[in-house]
Structure formats: C-alpha cells, structure tokens
Ligand binder design. Sequence first.
Ligand SMILES: C[S@@+](CC[C@H](N)C(=O)[O-])C[C@H]1O[C@@H](n2cnc3c(N)ncnc32)[C@H](O)[C@@H]1O
Length: 220
Amino acid sequence: MKQEIDKAMADYYARRASEYERVYQKPERQADLRRLADLLSSAFAGQDVLEVACGTGYWTQFIAKSARSIVATDINPEVLDIARRKDYGPCWVTFLESSAYSLAGVEAGCSAGFHGFWWSHIPVQKIGAFITCFHAALSKDAMVVMIDNAYVEGSSTPISRRDENGNTYQIRQLQDGTKHEVLKNFPSSLGLRTILKPHANDVRVTPFDYYWMVRYRTKR
Ligand SMILES: C[S@@+](CC[C@H](N)C(=O)[O-])C[C@H]1O[C@@H](n2cnc3c(N)ncnc32)[C@H](O)[C@@H]1O
C-alpha cells in the first residue's frame, strides 16, 4: 500500500512536469511567493546545499543566488530535464535522480538542506524515516529550511478524504483531463514542532498567508 502511494505520487508529478510551474502564477499568492523568494535568495549564503524533491528547479534558482553549491535531487527525470535548462549563475548546481527516501548517490556532508512542497507529500508514517535519511546526508548542526502550503479555503484544492494514518488527499486534474488522487497533508505549527523535536534544534516556524517556512539546525 505504501509503495502504491509513493508510486502514484511520483507518476503524477512526472505527468505534470510541463505544467507544474503554473502553480506559481496564482494571483492571490504573489506577495507571499516574493517574500519566500527573497528569504531563500539570501538564506544559504556560502553553503553547500542538498535539495530534495527539487522538481523543475523553481526554488533552486533563488537558493543559487547565495549558495556555494547545490545538489538538487528528484525521483523524476521529466522534472529534472526542465530544471537543468534554467540559469543558476555562478553557483555550482548538479542534478541527481534519486528518491527522497534513499538519497542514493548523494555524497554525505552538505552543510545545509532544503525541500520545498515535499513535506506535505510524505505519508505521516514515513516522516521519521525521511528525516533520518535526509539528516544522514547533511553535516552535524546543518541548517535546514523547508517551505510548504497552508490550507486556505477557496484557494487550496479541497480535501477529498482522510486515511487510517491521518493522511489527507486531494483529487487533482491535469490539463489533459486526467484525475489523480494525491496525498497532501497540512500540518499545524504545533504538529511540525512535535515531529521535529527529536531531530532538530532552534526550530523556527514562520506562517505566511498561503505557505509556511520552517528553519532549524540538525541534532546529530
Ligand atoms: C510539489 S513538487 C515540488 C517541486 C519543487 N520542490 C517545488 O517546490 O517547486 C513535489 C516533487 O516531488 C517529487 N517526488 C515525488 N516522489 C518523490 C520521491 N519519492 N523522491 C523524490 N522526489 C519525489 C516530484 O517529482 C515533484 O518534483
């Protein structure tokens, strides 16, 4: 069953690759998106960053403005192909096809970590395993930043159901008319802090109107 959720998620994003960045054109979200872009443009000054589930490289572009290097990973070659075509300036950016749950091929020791809009897609029963794997690829006391969606009535796709583990789902339609059930969780600030507590120091949660950002240091 777990396997099926993961495969369905990966397949959905492979099919969505060419239309993915339309999500960053929603008019009501532009002010928040500019704030996130500004924050990420300076957050990683001089760092060697591991980015998980980088998709089309939308956030990679902003991280690259101050980072020294980025290893950007995703499970889908379709999105990585789009990401590779972007301009990252002088930052040394390499892309790697790798699952977030194994990070196979990633060289350990990056000084910072980032993932955007990935946390919400991790089944709650797999979050601990993901954090362990992610942190193992980072240096001790590494800085981590993650951003994701808040649920906003009227702007977010409605929740269609909740499973026995507490994961929530949405039914999403692609431009070709196909419909896909996608696991999408909307954790509270307290929920995020509770899950991160055993793994993180200096946890800071910043709510935006449509998004949230969490910054912390790894506890290892
Ligand atoms: C919501 S998108 C986020 C993309 C990008 N981080 C952004 O914010 O624009 C989720 C991404 O997770 C990737 N993905 C799905 N399953 C994955 C897995 N098991 N391991 C790594 N990436 C995965 C998809 O290919 C997709 O690019």
